[in-house]
Design a protein around this ligand. Structure first.
Ligand SMILES: N=C(N)NCCCC(=O)O
Ligand SMILES: [Zn+2]
Ligand SMILES: [Zn+2]
Length: 337
């Protein structure tokens, strides 16, 4: 190893020559058998940055932004928290029998720098910067950030792929109309997305919803937009396999966007979030539902609402990093690749 390094006495994760796991011709994580995984700056899963490779099939990007929240702030620190927890991920995913970094070139695209004070400008810049990557053929797994960012992300995906099917994992519907008159908030992205024609409304579904609503009208509106609902209690009562079968049935081979608000997990599994609700999914249930989607045509995904100030023992960071890892595994295993 040392002869690969120009300055072997310096932390080698800073070196362009850091020893990496290379598989299938793709450059993977820093080799944690040679360099301690807790040293050096964290990219997602210790993957190379987008500047270090010639071509990226998939980019993990961070959006450190939380100007759209209605309760506890702090999701702006989500990306760095998830990246830090993701140091422990390993190259082979036995649950899906796949090397997610070997079948495709995955990179860390860094954080998108957006205005923390101007929501409209932030949304435009995020749409433009992610749209550029999506147009060039790179699929994105985005680490939020609050859920507002799903709207510009869906815009950039729909621009290239047309209206997409949506699986929305969340305690909340996020199809409300406005908060304090504001149209762009973390409680409203999917209503805007339907209004803008970004979604294939034959195949959109919430999973994991629970908790009090403002009124019955919330559900009526949501149904009118075309959403199906699998509540958190449905997952508990029916079980993962039945839920997966019904979701696969609904989605078919449509291009699919997966948006995961980490508050879909019970606060026992993900305390570090801004609008927690009791009675949520376990991290095992969420991961197993995702794994059940093997082969499906995922065109993009996000993991949002990780707010580390309320986290304990990195529970939420660990859960979010594993969820992102399984999303990358699903991207690697698309039938139509
Ligand atoms: N997207 C998240 N996490 N929460 C939405 C909660 C909206 C509300 O305060 O009613
Ligand atoms: Zn939520
Ligand atoms: Zn949400």
């Amino acid at each position: 190893m040392t002869d690969q390094l120009k300055y072997p006495h310096l932390p080698s994760t800073l070196s362009a020559n850091a020893p990496r796991v290379v598989s299938g011709g793709n450059i993977g994580p820093v080799n944690s058998a040679l360099v301690p995984r807790f040293s050096g700056p964290a990219t997602f899963a210790l993957l190379p940055t987008i500047q270090e490779v010639e071509h990226a099939d998939v980019a993990v990007i961070g959006v450190p932004w939380d100007a759209g929240v209605s309760f506890r702030p702090g999701a702006r620190f989500g990306p760095e928290h998830i990246r830090s927890a993701s140091r422990l991920l390993r190259p082979y995913n036995p649950a899906l029998d796949v090397e997610p970094f070997g079948l495709q070139q995955v990179v860390d695209g860094g954080d998108v720098a957006i205005n923390p004070f101007n929501i409209n400008e932030a949304i435009e810049v995020l749409q433009e910067s992610t749209g550029q990557l999506v147009r060039s053929g790179t699929r994105l797994v985005t680490l939020g950030g609050d859920h507002t960012i799903a709207l510009p992300l869906l815009r950039s995906v729909a621009e290239t792929h047309g209206p997409v099917a949506l699986l929305h994992f969340d305690a909340h519907l996020d199809t409300w109309d406005t908060y304090f008159g504001a149209e762009y908030t973390h409680g409203t992205p999917f209503r805007r997305a339907v209004e803008e024609g970004l979604l294939d409304t034959e195949a959109i579904c919430h999973v994991g919803t629970r908790g009090p609503l403002y009124g019955h009208r919330d559900l009526e509106d949501d149904r009118r937009f075309g959403f199906g609902i699998v509540t958190s209690a449905d997952v508990f009562r029916k079980g993962v396999d039945e839920i997966v079968a019904s979701l696969r049935d609904r989605i078919g081979d449509r291009p699919l966007y997966i948006s995961i608000d980490i508050d879909v997990l019970d606060p026992a599994h993900a305390p570090g979030t801004g609008t927690p609700e009791a009675g949520g999914l376990t991290s095992r249930e969420l991961l197993e539902i995702l794994r059940g989607l093997k082969g499906i045509n995922v065109v993009g995904a996000d993991v949002v609402e990780v707010a580390p100030a309320y986290d304990h023992a990195e529970l939420t960071g660990v859960a979010a990093s594993h969820v992102a890892y399984d999303l990358l595994s699903l991207l690697a295993l698309r039938d139509n690749k």
